[in-house]
Design a protein around this ligand. Structure first.
Ligand code: AHR
Length: 630
């Protein structure tokens, strides 16, 4: 029997409690949610023709020349087409692990071009893996002395996960081309050159409280030159200077030598996506330190000003009036209204005295100019999830608002750590469980998001929720994994070029997020003062808007458990309750593209009355029960 102290809430659940950690890893952005289908559209990858192939026979040398003009902001290279006699010539783009093409959807091909001798026509065609043409159209490169965009649309009559784009260059002429691009029209909210609708929708379905972006290690970069600089990700897309992705094979053992960040999905788009799905934006900025697992390069303290200025300017970009420099850019990009930024992360997984010194410098300036912005500091944890004493002590001394703790640990750790925050100091910084994931095997083997992993997370999350007065945000990491191009498993959501599915871990966090409630209700076992340190885990919240008591329960036993929850309250159960259960007797079961809902929540109506909820909980199950009370 459990006692539920409904009339004595122990605190409030933060409205942004359950959120999203977004990083361009595993083809999360380029090749993923950013719907661009052409890889290396501006020839700026380390090898200019990466992803491209020349088509045609006996193509004379000097027909296709990569030019380099450093005066073109962020995008020096372009392709010169020098075709003064008629012969068969074309370019083929392979896409990101192929192109996902849907039947009956319009596709827009566009490019930047200028001509010194008009006469060339591009015959653009989309093909499937058998070379069947799914759609095509023509675009003439007309006379223009200055760079301009040309666009053409056509509909696909077939579907493939593994399509490619041919651009046949017909006629004769002399033209320069750049930003060769192909987007589906059915993007998220129909925005031109936007995001993959299904991938944003699955995020929106979680009703996330926040989106942390852009990572992760890519915030730090392999070295400081390759760190994430938000200013290079805003403004016209053709001026956004790409960089090599921190998760490129050059720095990682997984085979993704073609992994670059083009920043078509940049900070403006991240803010917009957060707004679209009702999540608080949480940008994380480089603190003057590159990834400590790579070069570990550190900027001298007397050169940190640029980094701090980036933070100030970001606040202006998000919240500044439209007459300010960065507020104007936001307005020019299409969003005069403020993005209402409330928090900012400084550094990711940085530690040691060098981090503390840099963080302190950020904090001094940020708190004096923007006391309204909460600062989130990063913190590593040791092999057993233990805090580093030095770091913890210094972050407390600095009175940092929120500490971002990360844990990638085995299921046993999650099961035994549900009480991690029960005795945590309530007078210091709040906690952001910024990257959590239960890893059934390590290192990156065939590490599936099994039910075993998800159930252990569900158990751990009862502890975060029970301690919601101090743990104010939590997110699983990483977010997306592409089945044909990943560096890290497990991930919350998996995709291929046409499909998306949520893992059991996704369904667990979604159940928390969509049933987060407003008040923490103490729940205790009658025979002991604690819950969550053995195979039964519970947490209860009350939701002001729906007048519901929401009970979450994990049974980590191989047998059914019968339990009774006694309401210690003036209120009584008022009507039918809803019970949602995820369970499996096969702890190794997981979802996949072929079987995306093998593990999924099942909903049923249940009847209780008076002040007692009596329920049977299935073996190895996670259950959420929503009980109307009055
Ligand atoms: O989520 C993958 C990586 O794990 C993140 O980039 C980093 O912050 C952590 O080490």
């Amino acid at each position: 029997t459990f006692k539920v102290g409904l009339d004595n809430p122990s605190g409030k659940i933060s409205s942004s409690m359950w959120g999203i950690f977004f990083e361009d890893i595993n083809l999360g952005a380029d090749g993923g949610v950013y719907a661009e289908l052409v890889k290396n559209r501006s020839f700026e990858f380390s090898t200019p023709f990466m992803g491209w192939k020349t088509l045609g026979k006996n193509v004379p040398e000097g027909t296709l020349i990569i030019q380099n003009d450093s005066k073109r902001k962020g995008n020096a290279r372009s392709l010169l087409i020098n075709k003064l006699t008629d012969f068969s010539l074309g370019l083929q783009n392979e896409g990101f692990r192929g192109m996902g093409i849907k039947n009956g959807i319009a596709y827009e091909f566009s490019l930047l071009f200028r001509t010194t001798k008009p006469g060339l026509t591009l015959h653009v065609e989309l093909l499937d893996e058998t070379d069947k043409v799914l759609g095509s159209s023509n675009l003439s490169l007309t006379q223009t002395a200055t760079w301009k965009y040309g666009t053409v649309k056509f509909e696909s009559v077939g579907e493939t996960k593994n399509g490619k784009l041919n651009i046949w260059i017909q006629g004769t002429g002399h033209a320069e081309v750049d930003m060769l691009s192909l987007f589906p029209e059915d993007t998220w909210m129909g925005r031109p050159k936007g995001l993959r609708k299904d991938m944003v929708q699955i995020l929106a379905d979680m009703k996330p409280g926040f989106i942390r972006f852009p990572g992760g290690c890519i915030v730090e970069g392999r070295d400081l030159a390759n760190r994430f600089q938000w200013k290079k990700t805003v403004g016209p897309i053709e001026e956004r200077e790409l960089i090599i992705n921190r998760w490129n094979t050059e720095f990682n053992h997984r085979l993704t030598p073609d992994y670059f960040q083009t920043f078509g999905l940049g900070f403006y788009e991240y803010f917009l996506m957060s707004e679209d799905i009702g999540a608080e934006p949480l940008p994380i900025l480089n603190c003057g330190m590159a990834c400590q697992f790579n070069t570990g390069e550190v900027v001298p303290l007397d050169q940190l000003d640029t980094y701090i200025q980036d933070a100030l300017d970001l606040i202006e970009f998000a919240n500044g009036e439209v007459h300010t420099r960065w507020g104007k850019l936001r307005a020019d990009m299409g969003h005069p209204a403020k993005f209402n930024l409330k928090m900012l992360g400084v550094g990711n997984e940085n530690w040691g005295p060098q981090y503390i010194e840099r963080l302190a410098a950020f904090k001094d300036v940020l708190k004096s100019k923007h006391p309204e912005i909460a600062i989130i500091a990063s913190s590593g944890t040791g092999p057993d999830g233990e805090r580093f004493d030095y770091l913890d002590e210094k972050l407390r001394e600095l009175k940092i608002d929120v500490i971002d703790e990360h844990y990638y640990r085995p299921p046993s750790w999650f099961l035994s750590s549900a009480a991690r925050y029960d005795d945590y100091d309530r007078n210091g910084p709040k906690i952001f469980a910024g990257e959590y994931a239960s890893h059934t095997t390590r290192p990156n083997g065939p590490n599936k998001n099994s039910w075993d992993a998800a159930l252990s997370e569900a158990a751990f999350l009862t502890g975060l929720e029970r301690n919601g007065d101090v743990v104010t945000m939590a997110s699983y990491a990483p977010l997306f994994g592409h089945v044909d191009g990943w560096q890290w498993t497990p991930d919350l959501i998996w995709v291929d070029n046409l499909n998306v599915y949520g893992t059991p871990s996704y369904h667990v966090q979604k159940l928390y997020s969509t049933n987060k409630g407003t008040d923490i209700i103490p729940v205790k076992r009658n025979d002991s003062n604690v819950v969550g340190q053995d195979s039964l885990y519970a947490s209860t919240v009350y939701d002001e808007a729906s007048n519901e008591l929401i009970l979450k329960f994990v049974n980590h036993n191989s047998t059914v458990v019968n339990a009774a929850f006694q309401l210690d309250s003036k209120k009584k159960i008022n009507g039918k309750a809803v019970k949602i259960t995820i369970n499996s007797n096969d702890m190794t079961a997981y979802n996949s593209i072929a079987d995306p809902l093998k593990i999924k929540p099942q909903e049923s109506a249940v009847n209780y009355s008076g002040k007692v909820i009596k329920e049977s909980f299935l073996p190895y199950s996670f259950t959420v029960i929503k009980i109307p009370v009055k």
